[in-house]
Design a protein around this ligand. Structure first.
Ligand code: SF4
Ligand code: SF4
Length: 67
């Protein structure tokens, strides 16, 4: 699992649809009290997976560690 690779949500773009948090099977995300998905367990993210960013309808997800 990745210590230097995890998603970053752009809350200015996010529509709180939860496609990302429902899709990820690795318990990386939790929905925060403000309604936005939060990266609760960044170390669980699979390096170079990019699965959640590919299905985010508004391209709100980038990755720490990506160039
Ligand atoms: S899939 Fe995109 S728009 Fe939907 S909750 Fe996740 S970051 Fe926000
Ligand atoms: S990149 Fe993959 S493992 Fe990481 S949060 Fe997104 S779907 Fe989950």
């Amino acid at each position: 699992m990745a210590k230097n690779w995890y998603p970053i949500i752009n809350e200015d773009l996010c529509t709180q649809c939860y496609t990302c948090s429902n899709f990820c099977e690795h318990e990386v995300y939790e929905v925060g009290e403000d309604g936005y998905p939060k990266v609760l367990n960044p170390d669980n993210c699979v390096e170079f997976c990019r699965g959640c960013s590919k299905i985010c309808p508004v391209e709100a997800i980038t990755y720490f560690g990506d160039n």
